[in-house]
Write a protein that binds this ligand. Structure first.
Ligand code: GLY
Ligand code: MN
Ligand code: MN
Length: 443
């Protein structure tokens, strides 16, 4: 059984455990960018996870009952359209290639669905997230209910299929880990290339171009998200996009960029001096963020909780803010006070990580199921989870803060695979220590 068929079987087993029923998982719609030009097509991640099929206008239907059935609805062959847009499988070839039990033209969805739903106890779909799908389900349910006098019953309950799929997707299997490691290696290479080509006088888009060059020439289909290339004060804008600012001698450059490879994201941030040499205040804050990341990495292991890495990073950062005078002890008090009152959030205002997978901010619950006392502890880490570890520090000009730190923005982000005994930083090939960065930039 191929990976995708095995995932479908695993999902249907979970559906059966809930009494069985029919699941509907459509792929993403095509979206126009402007007249006659569409956005590059990206399939839906859930759909791809269960099929490996990348054509638009397709729907997976899984029937978990006495006999499991996995069905694909997809575009028909169309020689004229294929001359313009390229090859399409068509139902018969797609069924064969992707291991489905049956396949139909997508135009047959409205006639087939009421038949498949007849007498099924429940529907499984991502209710309330796609108005079109909600409307289709309603229409199919009405068609099934029309057959009531013939003794046919309609599904009486709905489960959100994402709840089941999110938990599956949170733990990466060997195939996924293999792809994610490749994506991570390409992105690490791209960051190194950007560092090596950096020099004062270039513009942010020049470095973005180097990233895209490295992604694409290694087979990546897209960047996993809009690349951030932020020089000088721009690094303090968390969602800054690569733009046209000039790299100035003495400024830092923050790059947050990762490629998507075969549907899997990577997500790396590196911060380096535009001219290849950290100034003393830059190095001081850089070493602080690096120490915070190391503290978070040390607690990223099975049995620890999702938020432990954040708490460990915050502790190091907050202590560093007091030691450097970013925070004034006389005003904010002790380390405990800084943490209890969130005083550190003036310079560190985001979380230290997120799940990573097909989506850069990947699916998966961040909390364990409620404990008997009603509390909802943070998720316990398990082998096969992948998360980012990305502490930072961002100093906006402020008369209360030593001027030598103004406009320094630093983030260091790696992708961690939780292993049996700890975690593996799959992005570790991107130069990271001050010595490593200065050495590759000298070459
Ligand atoms: N690049 C998006 C993030 O770091 O979360
Ligand atoms: Mn990032
Ligand atoms: Mn991230």
């Amino acid at each position: 059984m191929n990976t995708y068929a095995a995932r479908r079987a695993a999902l249907m087993a979970q559906m059966r455990a809930k009494g069985g029923g029919v699941a509907v998982i459509p792929t993403a719609p095509e979206v126009m960018r402007n007249r006659d030009a569409d956005y590059p097509y990206r399939h839906d991640s859930y759909f791809y996870y269960l099929s490996g099929f990348t054509e638009p206008e397709a729907v997976i239907v899984l029937v978990a009952g006495e006999k499991d059935q996995s069905i694909l609805f997809c575009r028909e062959k169309n020689l004229e359209r294929e001359i313009w847009d390229g090859y399409r499988y068509g139902p018969e070839a797609a069924r064969e290639a992707f291991g489905f039990d049956a396949a139909y033209p997508v135009s047959a969805l409205d006639t087939e669905m009421p038949k498949l739903m007849a007498n099924a106890p429940a529907m499984f779909y991502s209710l309330g997230s796609d108005g079109k799908l909600d409307g289709q389900v309603q229409q199919w349910l009405q068609a099934v209910r029309m057959q009531a006098r013939a003794g046919v019953t309609a599904p009486t309950s709905v489960h959100d299929v994402r709840v089941l799929l999110d938990d599956m997707r949170l733990i990466k299997d060997a195939d996924e880990i293999g792809i994610m490691k490749k994506a991570a290696a390409i992105s690490a290479e791209a960051h190194q290339r950007a560092m090596q080509l950096s020099r004062p006088g270039l513009r942010e888009y020049h470095l973005e171009a180097e990233l895209l060059h490295e992604f694409r020439r290694n087979g990546s289909q897209f960047p996993a998200y809009g690349s951030i290339v932020a020089t000088g004060a721009n690094a303090c804008v968390l969602h800054y996009r690569a733009s046209d600012a000039e790299l100035k001698d003495g400024d830092l450059v923050l790059i947050d960029a990762g490629c998507e490879l075969d549907s899997y994201a990577s997500d790396i941030t590196r911060t380096f001096p535009a001219n290849g040499k950290f100034s003393a205040p830059q190095q001081e804050l850089y070493e602080l963020v690096l120490a915070a990341q190391e503290a978070a990495v040390a607690v990223t292991k099975p049995g620890m909780r999702f938020m432990d890495g954040h708490d460990a990073a915050v502790k190091v950062l907050a202590q560093g803010m007091l030691d450097t005078g970013l925070l004034d002890r006389n005003k904010v008090g002790s380390l405990e006070d800084v943490i209890a009152k969130n005083a550190y959030s003036q310079f560190y205002m985001h979380r230290t990580g997120h799940w990573l997978g097909m989506d850069v901010h990947d699916v998966g619950e961040y909390r364990d199921p409620p404990a008997p006392d009603g509390s909802k502890p943070w998720r316990t880490l398990q082998p096969g989870m992948v998360l980012t570890i990305e502490p930072g520090i961002y100093v906006r000009p402020d008369p209360a803060v030593p001027e030598k730190y103004w406009n320094i923005g630093i983030r260091i982000e790696d992708d961690a695979l939780v292993t049996a005994s700890g975690c593996e930083l799959i992005t570790a090939a991107a130069p990271k220590t001050v010595a490593e960065i200065e050495a590759v930039m000298k070459r």
